[in-house]
Design a binder for this molecule. Structure first.
Ligand SMILES: [Zn+2]
Length: 407
């Protein structure tokens, strides 16, 4: 058992469900905040907890380069490393290889690329990407795919889609052979546990009974930092999602969906969108892809979107979404409010004593004025990024709460 997807209610195409993961339950449709380098920039984990975050996304590419997969695996996996006891999803690293690194060389075998950090050479393939994601130990991991660029010729889209399908099969095969190696698997845990007992690190890695489904900082010792709860059932493992590609061609999307489903995954993602195409086309492709995805498995739309878009996609039947927009925009002083977008850097807010968004109940809106937030931004204070991110995340999470409530 890796993931149980329980649909609670449907309304037209939309559905409200609970994802039961080895690190707790996730109510969907869900927006997953992006914690690229094992941190949602500027927001400590206890605050994410308070905001009601049940799952966050982390990027394999970044963690692979720094601090390295082996390092995190030796420290017990990503949950334990970043002290986050709730669910995590990692991407395969493919998207960042295609968007961030220089001098990449794509072959059937995989992708050779240069690190954007120091220029060092690396190789990612379906096998190494899954190996890395098993080492990190996220609850949901992604097959290695090629994100087809936009625009692209019809022949190029087909070739890329075919390779993604072969890579999907290789990803699944490697995962099937190695999934027991996840750091929080019982056999792996007893190895870690005996190691740690020898060096008197403490008792906090022991498996406790009855913790499944209620993640909390349960194993906090009086001396040390809070530690992530660990799952108790030996048969629990990660879930692997496949990714549908096929560019902006509905026929290829249909074929990609059908053949990905034939390979068989725990959930299905729609990839290759938000790559520069017009918004109307994104929606059209999402709509035409969803109808070919199984009703009884989670559907994940990668890399979208604005507050309006996440509502719209939920209505179409998407269960999971992620985007850097609320967190990245916050750091640039762009804030989402019930009255529309606010650019807090503008001089007009210098004397504005109103809260950022009078109908937002976040701790920032309850406490601070626009004038103060504008001052923090203009002075380039660290607190500016922290407060702005807390508000934007709250806005996104509240939006999804309303969506779930309305279904
Ligand atoms: Zn707020």
């Amino acid at each position: 058992m890796s993931l149980r997807f329980e649909i609670i209610k449907s309304s037209h195409a939309a559905r409200r469900s609970t994802l039961h993961t080895p690190h707790g339950e996730v109510e969907t449709p869900v927006f997953m905040p992006v914690g690229t380098a094992a941190t949602v920039k500027g927001v400590p984990q206890d605050l994410l907890d308070q905001l009601g975050v049940q799952i966050l996304l982390s990027n394999t590419y970044h963690l692979y380069l720094r601090p390295g997969i082996d390092q995190i695996r030796k420290l017990g996996g990503l949950h334990r490393f970043m002290s986050w006891p709730r669910a995590i999803l990692t991407d395969s690293g493919g998207f960042q290889v295609f968007s961030l690194s220089d001098l990449r060389n794509v072959t059937e075998e995989g992708v050779t690329f240069r690190s954007h950090l120091d220029g060092s050479s690396h190789f990612l393939s379906p096998e190494t990407a899954i190996e890395a994601q098993i080492g990190l130990g996220a609850d949901i991991i992604m097959a290695f795919d090629e994100c087809t660029e936009y625009p692209a010729e019809a022949s190029r889209i087909r070739e890329s889609m075919e390779m993604t399908l072969r890579w999907a099969a290789r990803s699944k095969r490697y995962f099937a052979d190695h999934k027991s190696e996840v750091p929080w698997n019982r056999s792996q845990l007893s190895a870690v546990s005996s190691q740690q007992n020898q060096i008197h690190v403490g008792p906090d890695v022991h498996v406790r009974a009855g913790e499944r489904g209620s993640p909390k900082f349960a194993e906090q010792s009086s001396a040390g930092p809070p530690r992530a709860a660990v799952p108790t059932k030996p048969e629990q493992s990660q879930a692997l999602f496949g990714i549908v590609q096929g560019g902006m061609d509905p026929a290829l999307r249909k074929e990609s969906a059908e053949r990905t489903i034939e390979i068989g995954f725990d959930g299905y993602a729609i990839g290759g969108l938000s790559v520069g195409e017009p918004r109307a086309l994104t929606r059209e492709i999402v709509e035409s892809t969803i109808e070919h995805l199984p009703k009884d498995k989670p559907r994940y739309l990668m890399g979208v979107g604005t507050p309006e878009e996440i509502v719209e996609y939920s209505k179409l039947g998407i269960d999971m979404m992620d985007c850097v927009l609320p967190t990245r925009a916050a750091r640039h002083g762009l804030l989402f409010t019930s009255g529309g977008k606010i650019s807090i850097k503008q001089a007009r807010y210098a004397g504005d004593e109103r809260p950022l968004d009078p109908s937002c109940s976040c701790q920032v809106c309850r406490r601070y004025s626009r004038a103060y937030l504008r001052h923090l931004y203009a002075s380039n204070e660290v607190l500016s990024q922290v407060l702005n991110t807390i508000h934007n995340l709250t806005y996104y999470l509240d939006t999804m709460r309303r969506v779930r409530h309305s279904i």
